[in-house]
Design a protein. Structure first.
Length: 108
């Protein structure tokens, strides 16, 4: 899968607590398939270290993107856990994209 924000970078898979997530090595954004993000937010913070980090880049945060799974246009939505954080969600497959740094904000 290609990064929905960088568009040229391939996402690499990481398994955390038996859940496979995909991360961009360039912008540090993370793709969560449906229901993966809430499951991982309930786990120990230390287990999330491989997918944490990155710096929120405003130009990528505002950029319209397409779902890496099905190509649908991602919709910017307020996070269910912290309304001040805007994530990108796929209306078709219900996956969620967190730009670099957004996962760390969700964990605070």
């Amino acid at each position: 899968m290609k990064c929905p924000k960088c568009e040229s970078e391939q996402l690499s898979s990481t398994v955390i607590n038996e859940i496979e997530v995909d991360r961009c090595g360039k912008c540090q954004g993370v793709w969560f398939d449906e229901r993966e993000l809430p499951q991982l937010l309930d786990t120990r913070r230390a287990s999330l270290m491989p997918i944490r980090g990155g710096t929120l880049r405003e130009e990528l945060n505002r950029k319209k993107a397409r779902c890496p799974r099905d190509g649908s246009e991602l919709t910017r939505v307020c996070s269910a856990t912290k309304a001040e954080i805007i994530v990108d969600s796929c209306p078709q497959c219900h996956g969620v994209w967190c730009d670099g740094g957004e996962l760390d904000q969700l964990l605070k």
